[in-house]
Design a protein around this ligand. Sequence first.
Ligand code: ATP
Ligand code: MG
Ligand code: ZN
Length: 642
Amino acid sequence: MERNGANEVQAELDSVEAELEVVELQIAELLEKQAELTSRKKRLLRKLEDACESAQTAGSSSAGSGSLSGPVMTKQELLRYENADFPWSKELEQNLKNTFQLSKFRPLQQKAVNLSMSGKDLFLVMPTGRGKSLCYQLPAVCSEGFTLVVTPLVSLMEDQLMYLKSIHVEAATLNASSTKEHAKMVLAGMTDTKAPFKLLYVTPEKIAKSKLLMSRLEKAYNAGRLSRIAVDEVHCCSQWGHDFRPDYKLLGILKRQFPKVPLLGLTATATSSVLKDCQKILCVPEPITLTASFNRTNLYYEVRFKNSNSEESIGDIASLIEERYQGQSGIVYVFSQKDADSVSEDLQKKGINAYPYHANMAPEDKSRVHRKWSTNKIQVVVATVAFGMGIDKSDVRFVIHHTISKSIENYYQESGRAGRDDQPADCIVYFGFNDIFRISTMVVMENVGQKKLLTMVEYCQNVDRCRRSVMAVHFDEVWDDEGCNEMCDVCRHGNDYITVDVTQHAKDVVQIVELASSLDEKLTPLKVTEAWMGKGPAKRRKMIQTTILSRLEVEAIITHLLLQGYLSEDFSFTPYTTYFYLKLGRKASLLKNQSHSVTMKMRKTGLDANVVKVSQVKTKEGKRSGDNTANSSVTKKVKKDL
Ligand SMILES: Nc1ncnc2c1ncn2[C@@H]1O[C@H](COP(=O)(O)OP(=O)(O)OP(=O)(O)O)[C@@H](O)[C@H]1O
Ligand SMILES: [Mg+2]
Ligand SMILES: [Zn+2]
């Protein structure tokens, strides 16, 4: 009797505990939702504030030219720097036209130049290819003495020197490959009143390691000849940035030793927390931050599904290049050096003038490919991310990602090589299921590697928000959906989505993973996919619910479950490789709750009434059909199974 009583109590206790677990997860979900809403609220308040302020100063601030911040000046005060009535304005104007041969400033350039000419410390965040270099080159030409420019790569330096030489601006460089005589000449030139150069480019290593350089800089400083310090790619200071370089950490010495020299930090991608970190590292007390809108209006963003069959995606890329970009210049970014070689070979076989580029090539081969591509003798460079910083070809009409990037920042930067001439250009990413895990195991050691990768996956998987708005939120920018102008696949193909209930699918997949774990087995995403599709061992098939969905659909749903936390990653290390397995995520137990449902937004194209419609978002017809666009084909078949 007593024993029975104890059993009953135990059973009730178990059930209460299970229920409690579900409640706790629901609380966690709500807290997540609260955080998201709070951040949206903050953004909207900022937007409102901006709107009120610009209404007060009607007409004086140009829309879309970016936002400003900084403790030293109010927005009102900053407006004055947009003007051309400074003592140096005439000289700037003349040099802009005659030396740089540019007809007018681009948004924010004039303000940045004026602020720097006034001796202010400045962080300039401006999308790649917008013309950050001019913001220190022009002041350099119009100031006494010289500007010290810190650049992370020698190739970047050489490009700039070549360009400056072509417009007859004197510039010099000091790096590891400088000869003794050259270095001697440059060091002497730093205090020469005849000013043999206006810009001196150095690597951060030089500052960190060369006492001689520091002592000459000090002399130049005391003689009033060090007019400005520019730190290019300033995000390299911060470990949170996407391109951390240890030597940048030591650059604080510059501001500490030369406090009166204005410093200008430049970057294309830095969130406010990265900038704060850079500010601390560089010892700049109160910089003004100018942030140009990240929005590159001439770029069309698109995501396409990549089939696990690589032949198919190469064929797709080849016909795109042949049909849409005939005779036009472009880049295909790939995951690895091996991929660079094989993809370019495949494209060559299909008659496309493509060449590989990766870090492991001999330096002369790399520069030959770069040169030939720059002069249009090669149409397509098939490259790893080694082909990155400093690529400044203005007429790149397409950047195709054969594999997703490892973060949104990286994607923004890489795709941003397109359309620097402001003419229309396309940024297309091929989104493949297996690539997620290839990259995942590569970034496993990085602090926030997984989190960043998942934001990229979210960008690709998403079909219910403008691609630009996804980036804007990521870059902390206030976003207005009209800013896209149908220049992304989501906006262009109409806002015609439905929400599909995938609860039963989620339960089936979770059951597969659960079963494996009860048998002490780990499943890779590929194994989960195959098991669910009924391709696993016959004995196992009887114990699970298999599906008739297509591979792409299965992959889309598993990706969704991973992004939503019903599944999560489980790494395993061997001396040779890292394995990615799927395990139950923190939300998996929510599925035990009868009332819990999992939904997924999908494009409506081709759907009929069999689909479980939870809510129909909008029904505007798209301008083009979106068949090759991510998720469209998924929805077509989900209906069969639902
Ligand atoms: N006011 C302007 N009008 C027209 N073209 C300009 C203007 N300012 C700069 N450019 C051109 O824009 C191109 C890109 O400039 P720059 O290399 O400075 O970009 P960036 O912002 O430093 O990009 P990245 O982040 O890739 O380094 C150059 O070819 C430059 O000549
Ligand atoms: Mg630059
Ligand atoms: Zn859009």
